[in-house]
Design a protein around this ligand. Structure first.
Ligand code: HH2
Length: 294
């Protein structure tokens, strides 16, 4: 049996993200906008500023609670992107979407871009390096944005070569707690911190499955947990489908992650994930929260 909804909720019942206070009384959906030529699932589709802006608008209409924009792919084997290129992809789109009414998160490891993005209105910094780059903790602490601290073993170019752990859940929990404490020591209030095991970042399929199964061990640490499973390669292995056909598998995984305590799911398919989460919550609570009868 899955734990009842109330007991799964983070003790930090709200996330402070810039000018937003996001209630965590229901799972939040973070919609992905990759402004890159090479992202694994949507590379090249939204490189154009207008296309990225339109896509972001569509995701908000479909029910995104947060938008996550990124200008550097982190797919296995990806090559690093220079600051200037990343900045010129991210900042113009940020400017276009910062007024859409939902917090905008910027997926970057670069302290300079963190500072510039927050000055331009970003409400969250999503760092797959867990604020480990020199100056990243200070850059994140300088503003009032939320931070997502993610675990990665190795670096994107080589991380999937032979990921190795003793106890994957324990090691990732220790890493995330160490980074969350470092963030707090740098002046980031705990109400601004989100942790993320980093599915697919230096993890085998078995590691990813073990982490989904034990997500409650991370959620029990008190920080909201973000789960980014959308379209990832473990679904290629499980259901034998290409990236473009992994939506149903990804939606199933989002539900399983939320049932094990994830507070935020980072997804490409916002509308489908929203519907599935509404059904899950209606069944659990026995009542309907939203929607119109058609
Ligand atoms: N996954 C990706 C990128 N950023 N950030 C967090 N916090 N958690 C994740 O799991 C995560 C992330 C990879 O997915 P995507 O952005 O679709 O691809 P790419 O890195 O190729 O742009």
């Amino acid at each position: 049996m899955t734990a009842p909804l109330a007991s799964r909720l983070s003790p930090h019942r709200a996330l402070r993200a810039g000018r937003f206070i996001l209630s965590l009384s229901r799972p939040l959906i973070m919609g992905v906008v990759n402004i890159t030529p090479d992202s694994f699932s949507d590379g090249g589709k939204f490189l154009d500023r207008r296309a990225a802006t339109e896509h972001a608008r569509r995701l908000v209409e479909e029910g995104a609670d947060i938008l996550d924009i990124g200008g550097e792919s982190s797919r296995p084997g990806a090559q690093p992107v220079a600051l200037e290129a990343e900045r010129s992809r991210v900042l113009p789109v940020l400017e276009n979407i910062v007024g859409l009414g939902v917090p905008v998160s910027v997926d970057t490891c670069k302290p300079e871009l963190m500072r510039e993005a927050v000055s331009a209105g970003a409400s969250m910094i999503n760092d797959i390096l867990g604020l480990r780059a020199a100056g990243a903790l200070q850059a994140a602490a300088a503003g009032d944005a939320a931070v997502c601290i993610m675990h990665m073993q190795g670096e994107p170019r080589t991380m999937q070569v032979l990921p190795t752990y003793g106890d994957v859940v324990l090691e990732i929990r220790e890493f995330l707690l160490e980074r969350a404490h470092a963030a707090q020591a740098a002046g980031i209030a705990p109400q601004r911190i989100v942790i993320d095991p980093g599915f697919g970042f230096g993890k085998s399929t078995e590691h990813n499955l073990m982490l989904i199964r034990n997500l409650d061990a991370l959620a029990a640490q008190g920080y909201p947990v973000l789960a980014g499973l959308s379209r990832k390669s473990l679904f290629g292995k499980i259901v034998g489908r290409a990236v473009a056909e992994r939506m149903p598998a990804s939606v199933a995984a989002a539900i399983l992650a939320v049932q094990r305590g994830a507070a935020i799911v980072r997804v490409h398919d916002v509308g489908a994930t929203r519907d599935a989460l509404l059904v899950m919550r209606a069944v659990e609570s026995g009542s309907v929260e939203t929607g119109e009868e058609l």
